[in-house]
Design a protein around this ligand. Structure first.
Ligand code: PEP
Ligand code: MN
Length: 336
């Protein structure tokens, strides 16, 4: 259930309601909107007597949330969530572009591509130090050394870093270096990891699992929100379908559906969604048109030499075109 406070509700009235929620054994999550405060009452599946809460001063009304996800829903928070990562505002009017190689492949190469993507207009730098590879014999990432290199790139370019964390044990280490913790498609329903990232309070980017429904994916986000972490964004990266012409199928629908269902900022990864660099630009444009707040794009100075995902990596020049064109699409739909 949510408790919608009146516009005129005082801090003290809000505190009294929160105290009652807690006395009843539930957790109170506050959503402080521009106009009013909404209190999310979360607990087990016990029925809640809503009428009790409506007796409190400052309460306008109580509403049950019928969806399985509660804190992620627009009922709990009507406005899109916004948060800052370094100097970058996520969830604002401005399209945010995160770019970089699939994996950190060494200091010189990473620093070079970091400067190149910045020059081309990226707002954040991506790059995996821990790589979830299908084969145990494939390059698994540079580990902590890769994280150190990413931190050096941030120092040089000022770009915040987004990088993947693959396990619960890695959370403190990756959080020490990263500005945004990426949870990969393969870990979308790793509830222990989601809980740990939630507890860390660190900004998180949650990729959609290859076969997770939108509701399941939102429930995964809910795991982090339930731990009090509000800085969570969703990232559509393509799903498995019968189609083999592309690596995955970009679920453009999901972007529109998410915008409707959730206040969480939405990212779109046209690189993994298509798997082929030729399709990255047109599909990225479509993603922005459908409502993505943010893009996550793989860029490599020599895609043919990349240690992973070269086929879907753009050169810095092509990436520059993507930046220009996606910003034009953003402007056409009233975004900055
Ligand atoms: C990646 O971003 O490089 C990655 C491994 O993505 P996903 O988890 O979407 O496959
Ligand atoms: Mn990749």
């Amino acid at each position: 259930m949510i408790i919608i406070m009146k516009n005129s509700a005082t801090t003290q009235q809000i505190a009294q309601v929160v105290a009652r929620v807690e006395r009843d054994g539930f957790t109170a999550h506050l959503s402080q909107g521009e106009e009013r405060t909404i209190i999310g009452v979360i607990g087990d599946d016990r029925p809640i007597d809503r009428s009790i809460y409506e007796l409190y001063e400052g309460v306008e009304k109580t509403v049950p949330i019928l969806k399985k996800f509660k804190l992620a829903s627009r009922d709990f928070q009507p406005e899109v969530s916004q948060f800052r990562v370094g100097g970058v505002k996520i969830g604002g009017k401005e399209l945010v572009i995160m770019a970089g190689p699939c994996a950190v492949e060494g200091r010189t190469k990473l620093l070079e591509i970091a400067h190149a993507v910045k020059e081309a207009g990226a707002n954040c730098l991506r790059g995996g130090a821990f790589k979830p590879r299908t084969s145990p014999y494939a390059f698994q990432g540079m580990g902590e050394e890769g994280l150190e290199i990413l931190a050096e790139a941030r120092e040089q370019t000022g770009l915040p870093i987004v990088t993947e964390v693959m396990s619960t044990e890695q959370v403190p280490l990756v959080a020490k270096y990263a500005d945004i913790l990426q949870i990969g498609a393969r870990n979308c329903q790793n509830y222990a990891l989601l809980t740990a990232v939630g507890k860390s309070g660190h900004p998180a980017l949650l990729k959609r699992g290859m076969a997770t429904t939108i509701e399941e994916w939102l429930m995964s986000a809910e795991y982090m929100l339930a731990q009090g972490n509000r800085r969570v964004m969703m990232c559509e990266r393509g799903i498995r379908t019968f189609e083999t012409a592309t690596r995955n199928t970009a679920d453009i629908n999901a972007l529109a559906v998410l915008k409707h269902l959730t206040h969480l900022p939405i990212a779109f990864d046209p690189s993994h969604a298509t798997g082929k660099w030729e399709y990255v630009l047109p599909v990225a444009r479509a993603g922005v048109a459908a409502g993505a707040d943010c893009l996550l794009v793989e860029v490599h100075q020599h895609p043919a030499e990349a240690w992973s995902d070269g086929a879907q990596s753009l050169t810095p020049e092509r990436f520059h075109t993507l930046v220009t064109q996606t910003h034009a699409v953003a402007a056409a739909i009233g975004r900055a």
